[in-house]
Design a protein around this ligand. Structure first.
Ligand code: GLV
Ligand code: MN
Ligand code: MN
Length: 412
């Protein structure tokens, strides 16, 4: 059996990392931005250069397959967008490795190549509208259209305006769902993005499930006033109320479940002046755990805590749900297939649940889905220091090739 071309895989990863590259070595291919669109065009071009057919759907997901293939397909890939000031592997690795796998099958004239389709999903990260997984949600007919319609990006630009500028529109997004019926399974290769594989000396890990991700936006209303003349006792400082609640997040989460995590990633005070007591504050809260009940308990406990704090500060709080992605279980037969693929390479894969969100969480609700991880150096991701050594990148793609072949051979 032919194997993947490791040098070509690594060269493609480097070439893609030039798009949206930052002077500090990081990457910025924020969803729907010019750099993101350029990255998608690059991916489509590489697909065509391999003699494959490239297709972009209405959600700007980029697909590749043999021109004469008609499905059903094993879909494999990941996302092409990045977080701001991120790095080159989160998402891009799985998409580029998928291309390398299909290219290898085509070059070997393997008849199974006809049953394989690759994908570079759009807006997995959700940074633009705080929603996330939009490409896979569109493919799976699960778009949160109401929420998306009201969404604005961090610069206040309406979602539809952003989408139209990127070459699609809110009204067209759902057309992407027509393709779901052609899919038989989904496999996603990704870097771990956490420290557990390295700590356990794992070279490969099969993912058992993906955490649920709950995102809210809180708004605290106080009284805007003069920062020099208003005694502390007379203030209703929305910034202080928000900061007190935010400072207590870690302790509150840990008191409920040691494996749960939460993040306040966006904080804003209004109107924003060194000498103005904030009359309003807003912040995001993201909570993650693999058990939905734990997420619910944390979300409820935080709301109560914020209300108490606001009462003490003479402020009021309100909350808005941004998105909720329930925890996902990977398919047991697909997990075993991935483990066997690793064994063929003389590797014993570990098993892990994922603390990061992935398109596989969405796909798993529709088709048998599995994920494979390679380690992240120092457990770092969503930061310019993200790295995985070349041997692991090549090893992961070799395992993906084997798992894709087995899954493709099982399509009825
Ligand atoms: C995506 O990487 C996420 O976990 O938010
Ligand atoms: Mn990712
Ligand atoms: Mn990510």
């Amino acid at each position: 059996m032919n194997d993947i071309n490791g040098d070509r895989l690594l060269a493609d990863l480097r070439a893609l990392s030039d798009i949206g590259g930052l002077p500090n070595g990081g990457i910025d291919r924020l969803a729907w931005s010019e750099a993101d669109l350029k990255g998608r065009r690059w991916f489509a071009r590489r697909i065509r250069e391999a003699g494959l057919e490239a297709r972009e759907d209405s959600a700007l997901n980029v697909f590749g397959r043999l021109p004469e293939a008609s499905g059903p397909f094993i879909l494999t890939g990941s996302h092409l967008d990045s977080v701001p000031n991120g790095r080159r592997l989160d998402g891009a690795y799985g998409a580029v490795a998928a291309l390398e796998v299909l290219r290898t099958l085509v070059e070997a004239r393997d008849p199974l190549a006809e049953r394989v389709e690759i994908v570079g999903f759009s807006d997995e990260e959700g940074v633009r509208f705080s929603i996330g997984l939009l490409g896979s949600l569109a493919l799976c007919g699960e778009l949160p259209l109401e929420r998306l319609r009201d969404a604005r990006d961090l610069d206040g630009v309406r979602s539809d305006e952003v989408l139209v500028q990127a070459g699609t529109s809110l009204d067209r997004l759902a057309e992407a769902g027509a393709h779901l019926a052609s899919l038989a399974a989904f496999l996603e290769l990704h870097i771990e993005q956490g420290p557990r594989m390295e700590a356990a000396s794992m070279d490969l890990a099969v993912v058992t499930g993906i955490v649920g991700v709950h995102r809210q936006q809180f708004r605290v209303i106080g009284t805007q006033n003069h920062a020099g003349t208003t005694p502390f006792a007379l203030r209703h400082d929305a910034g202080r109320a928000a900061a007190r609640a935010i400072a207590g997040v870690e302790e509150l989460v840990q008191s409920i479940d040691a494996e749960a995590v939460a993040n306040v990633g966006i904080v804003r005070f209004y109107p924003g002046g060194v000498n103005v007591i904030p009359g309003e504050a807003s912040f995001s809260l993201e909570v993650r755990h693999w058990d939905e009940r734990v997420v619910r308990r944390i979300v409820d406990a935080f709301s109560r805590r914020l209300e108490e704090t606001c009462r003490e500060e003479g402020c009021n709080a309100s909350a808005e749900l941004l998105s909720w992605v329930p925890p996902a279980r990977m398919d047991e037969a697909t997990m075993r297939n991935l483990e066997m693929a690793c064994q063929e390479l003389g590797q014993t894969a570990g098993r892990l649940w994922s603390g990061a969100g992935h398109d596989a969480a969405v796909l798993s609700r529709h088709v048998p889905t599995g994920m494979l991880f390679v380690p992240s150096a120092g457990g770092v991701s969503h930061a310019p220091a993200e790295a995985t050594d070349d041997q692991h990148l090549v090893l992961g793609a070799r395992a993906l090739l084997r798992a894709v072949r087995v899954s493709a051979s099982r399509i009825k």
